[in-house]
Design a protein around this ligand. Structure first.
Ligand code: TXA
Ligand code: MG
Length: 318
């Protein structure tokens, strides 16, 4: 494994590796992705093996621009509006797949829909442009574990199994893309993210259906209940850490804590908290605690996406 700082040479080398069917971890503005050529069955199978990911859980396909999306999927009016407003950016759309398709059936887990994203991160864009093919890329972590927001996180989780990791520094948003299913008549928010439900509603005439967290209905095959999980257990909505716990704080602390503390944002800024969330969970895990007490995060705007990740990280593990 090698972590290499992004440069035109490294991107050209990574593009050649992808084209040859190898895996490459790369930064996006949300989290780091583990990429493979989406048309190559063997390369896509390698993603599932490397992450120990259940094969029923479909992957997001990353492409350079709208023209590349059109080759793979069919845009509805709603899809077109969202694409115009938020691409390139931290949003994935679930679209009806165009047939026949060049995509490996493993990418979509046999569904007739495909999740597509046009990322904004310059390294991701340069890589997509150089490859000229769709890249399937889940978050570059062990399946079920905390998503990576730095190249070092990728190396911690998958280092021995991934030959190429492109380092582009810490990611800006820190949470995975907002996923909206626009394959049917009404848009369905499958995964909250930096593009909030309010932002989506502002550009649409339609109401957004928000998926039920408990039952994961109507349709989110990969939204398993335990996910984004550190090794330690989580105790949500805590006021402070009790004996033996570590504290994931938000906002100013009333008393000095003797427990290990990671403050997501001392000023109570949700954007900063989202960007720090996964690094904070990893940091507190490394302190060797059994339980991470998590202070309450306001459940509005970006707080909805942060609380979604925390609820899954706290869910019972199988
Ligand atoms: O920000 C992100 O989206 C990152 C970066 C690398 O792009 N990727 C990411 O991928 O978070 P992953 O595999 O960790 O999460 C993809 C989610 C899964 O919950 C999966 O079930 C869902 O997208 N998904 C993929 N295809 C789908 C489809 N056709 N219908 C419904 N959900 C789908
Ligand atoms: Mg993931």
């Amino acid at each position: 494994m090698s972590i290499e700082t992004a440069s035109p040479e490294i991107i050209a080398k990574a593009a050649a590796a992808l084209s040859a069917g190898e895996l490459v971890a790369f930064p996006t503005e949300t989290v780091y992705g583990l990429g493979a050529l989406a048309t190559d069955d063997r390369a896509v199978a390698e993603i599932f093996a490397t992450k120990a990911r259940p094969q029923l859980n479909p992957l997001i396909v990353h492409v350079y621009d709208d023209a590349a999306v059109q080759k793979l999927a069919v845009f509805s009016d709603v899809a077109q509006k969202l694409a115009t407003a938020f691409w390139p950016g931290p949003m994935s759309l679930v679209l009806a797949m165009r047939q026949p398709t060049l995509l490996s059936p493993l990418v979509t887990a046999g569904n007739d829909t495909v999740a597509i994203r046009v990322p904004a991160h310059p390294i991701a864009r340069d890589l997509l442009k150089a490859v000229g093919q769709p890249i399937a890329a889940p978050s570059a972590n062990r399946s079920g574990h905390v998503s990576p927001t730095t190249a070092a996180h990728v190396a911690e989780d998958l280092g021995s199994r991934v030959a190429h990791i492109i380092d582009g520094g810490p990611t800006t948003h820190g949470l995975e893309s907002t996923i909206v299913d626009v394959s049917g008549p009404n848009p369905i928010l499958l995964r909250p993210g930096s593009i909030t439900a309010e932002m989506l509603a502002n550009v649409l005439d339609h109401d957004i259906i928000i998926v039920n967290k408990k039952t994961n209905t109507p349709n989110a095959p990969g939204q398993l209940s335990s996910h984004y999980a550190p090794n330690a257990a989580l105790r949500l909505d805590a006021e402070a850490a009790t004996h033996g716990e570590a504290l994931l704080a938000f906002g100013p602390l009333k008393a000095k804590s003797t427990a290990p503390v990671f403050n997501l944002s001392e000023t109570g800024d949700l954007v900063e908290a989202a960007a720090n969330l996964f690094a904070g969970l990893r940091y507190l895990d490394d302190q060797g605690t059994n339980t991470i007490a998590v202070m309450e995060i306001p459940n509005h705007g970006l707080g909805v996406a942060i609380n979604d990740r925390l609820a899954r990280a706290a869910a019972p593990r199988s």
